[in-house]
Design a protein around this ligand. Structure first.
Ligand SMILES: [Zn+2]
Length: 239
């Protein structure tokens, strides 16, 4: 009886910790999975089912060695893509950013610093970063509605507040290439080919070494399968 009594007394404590673990898990999923839409509205795919559209996007742009090679491939196939630029890197490679825009691609905002602690910054500092990169994009080509993709795809209350205040359109993805995770390019290509569905927003990184080789083959596959190539700004008309 004594043992049973002791056991019963632990139940409220166990319940508290289970609830806390569940709560923290929900917060984690909401933060780490951008398309959970937990903190803010995010455009993650083209929901117009009848269109066989695909949206190729690049994060962490630009890179002075790899980006020109990516641009070459896009030019060869006459395809437009979206480049989410990091303001700080863009400033150092402003001619390259002008080249991206000059070739008709869309420039998106991927913060100014892209520092690991970006998600931990205050709303005020996040707003400052977004504005700084917006100004840079506008200095290259005036855009009415600039799209934003948070670094690491992380959202939280401070980032959500900044997005709300600035009224920016947030873009996620529906297909992740994992090109920064594996060095095996054929694995990246295989994953993209096996998983692409109409309406997908595809996440790639143009600074990844030799990503243009994957891109070339991937575009060939998409063309053979009658996909249309669009830039993410086209999705804003649905909003
Ligand atoms: Zn990034």
């Amino acid at each position: 009886m004594l043992i049973a009594g002791n056991f019963m007394s632990y139940i409220p404590i166990a319940c508290f910790f289970i609830t806390l673990a569940l709560f923290l898990s929900i917060l984690f999923i909401g933060s780490a999975f951008i398309c959970s839409q937990f903190y803010t509205k995010v455009i993650c795919r083209d929901i117009r089912a009848r269109n066989k559209n695909v949206f190729i996007t690049f994060d962490d742009s630009p890179d002075k060695t790899e980006t020109p090679l990516v641009l070459e491939v896009l030019k060869k196939h006459d395809i437009k893509a979206t480049f989410f630029i990091i303001g700080e890197k863009a400033e150092e490679n402003i001619e390259l950013v002008k080249e991206i825009a000059g070739q008709g691609h869309v420039l998106g905002n991927h913060s100014y610093s892209h520092k690991n602690y970006f998600p931990l910054r205050s709303t005020k500092k996040i707003i400052k970063e977004i504005k700084k990169t917006d100004n840079l994009i506008n200095s290259v080509r005036l855009s009415e509605r600039i799209v934003f993709r948070p670094p690491f795809g992380v959202t939280n209350p401070s980032i959500a507040k900044a997005i709300k205040r600035l009224k920016v359109y947030t873009i996620g993805w529906s297909l992740k290439s994992f090109d920064t995770v594996t060095k095996k390019r054929e694995r990246v290509l295989k994953r993209l080919i096996n998983r692409t569905r109409p309406g997908d927003i595809v996440l790639l990184h143009d600074p990844v070494k030799n990503i243009h080789i994957v891109l070339d083959k991937y575009i060939e596959f998409l063309k053979k399968n009658n996909y249309n190539f669009e830039t993410v700004d086209k999705l804003l008309s649905n909003e």
